[in-house]
Design a protein around this ligand. Structure first.
Ligand code: CTP
Length: 401
């Protein structure tokens, strides 16, 4: 399955580095071409000789190799790789990656890479739970890196908890799955909406919501990676969508999103509307900044057009239309109603009651409900993996000519 794939394994300074030798061995057994790079701290845990013997390639630890008098180009290596896997990844290197620090070879190669990056953290449970680590993980997954979650178990500290690096067999399985799904949406055109919309009150103020666009961007990235050509209609978001098969259309208001989505929908096979569109907008946005020299201020709001509903009304039978529902009560019942009223094929329900779901989290916990009444509840997982689950569901149900 991995024959000919060029895999760059990055090892950082954790005791779990002893498992990296086995990871390299398993990848080589799958006929992947494997190169290894190590941080200086990793050298305290495992020798380059072990890894070069297993991989059949020299191991790179420094940009300059004084014994050979050669310069190791991080750019060349970053471009060589079809996939980078950082296993184990320490809290320290993770923090540097999240902030673009490049003070060793592994970090410079990470910054130069254009390929997908998987990371398998290994650390003590309190470090893994720390807010700084959580934020760094969120930053990395927001950049499109894929988290291979650590397991709960006995840790090097003697404590027991979450932080044990995932087993090499499972890491290889994640990589294998990643490559096998690479072409499952080839030839399909997918429209994805993402992020919030901003509705002007005056030239400096607006009505908005907490959406960051993470779920929609993850869907766009994952669909493009699986071979689809993607149109991403994005409300204001700081996220970037780097895949060459994503055609990004930036919009600000619900009205702009409506026109952009309806323009592209007729030529699409699949549409996934994950944007948190404003349901109301100020009826009369002020042309000048509103001054505070008044006793009170009342802003009248008017409804925006329901984009998803409009798409449901013009949808052709070969098209697959997906909506999202964010509910706070009677979740399943409300989601089913939305599915029916908006003539959808599938609705993705996330409840604000669930921990690790919704706005601002790197993770989401969803239930999928489709037009036939079939439904499935998933565990909370990183949004990139949630995107994979949604696309797996759709792929199994769309028709291929
Ligand atoms: N949506 C849309 N256009 C709008 C509002 C929502 O296309 N003006 C889409 C969202 O992208 C999402 C779905 O509708 O896929 C559900 O949005 P939600 O706000 O949860 O439901 P509403 O239908 O707006 O109903 P309510 O707010 O009353 O729950």
């Amino acid at each position: 399955m991995l024959a000919g794939k060029k895999i760059l394994v990055g090892i950082t300074g954790s005791i779990a580095a002893y498992k990296s030798a086995y990871l390299v061995r398993l990848l080589v057994k799958e006929h992947a071409e494997v190169k290894v790079m190590m941080t200086p701290a990793a050298l305290d845990f495992i020798t380059p000789l072990t890894l070069s013997t297993l991989s059949g390639n020299p191991v790179i630890c420094e940009p300059f190799d004084p014994s050979e008098g050669t310069w190791n180009s991080h750019v060349d290596l970053g471009l060589w790789a079809d996939l980078i896997v950082l296993a184990p990844l320490t809290a320290n290197t993770m923090a540097k990656m999240a902030h673009g620090i490049a003070d060793n070879f592994v970090l410079t190669a990470f910054l130069s890479a254009r390929c997908p990056v998987f990371f398998a953290p290994a650390m003590d449970m309190d470090m893994y739970k720390h807010q700084a680590t959580r934020q760094n993980i969120q930053k990395l997954t927001g950049m499109g890196c894929r988290l291979i979650e650590p397991q709960i178990g006995e840790l090097a500290s003697g404590l027991s908890g979450e932080g044990r690096m995932e087993e090499p067999e499972r890491i290889v399985e994640c990589i294998r799955q990643f490559f096998t799904k690479g072409h499952s949406l080839k030839g399909k055109k997918i429209l994805v909406s993402a992020g919030p919309t901003h509705e002007a009150i005056d030239p400096v103020r607006y009505v908005a919501n907490h959406s960051t666009g993470t779920m929609g961007f993850a869907l766009a990235n994952e669909a493009a990676r699986r071979g689809a050509s993607v149109i991403l209609v994005a409300g204001p978001s700081t996220l970037s969508a780097d895949h060459p098969d994503i055609d990004r259309k930036d919009v600000v208001t619900a009205d702009e999103m409506y026109h952009e989505c309806l323009k592209h929908f007729p030529s699409c096979d699949i549409a996934i509307m994950s944007a948190a569109v404003a349901d109301f907008r100020p009826s009369h946005p002020e042309p000048q900044k509103i001054k505070k020299d008044r006793a009170s201020l009342t802003i009248t709001l008017e409804p925006t057009a329901d984009i998803l509903k409009a798409m449901g009304q013009i949808k052709k039978t070969h098209q697959y239309l997906v909506g999202f529902a964010l509910e706070t009560d009677n979740e399943l019942e409300h989601a089913r109603e939305k599915l029916k009223n908006k003539k959808l094929n599938l609705i993705v329900l996330n409840s604000l009651k669930e921990s690790g779901a919704g706005f601002g989290f790197g993770t989401n916990k969803i239930t999928l409900i489709d037009e036939t009444g079939e439904n499935r509840e998933y565990e909370a997982k990183p949004k990139q993996e949630v995107a994979g689950d949604i696309l797996d569901w759709i792929t199994a149900r769309i028709t291929y000519e």
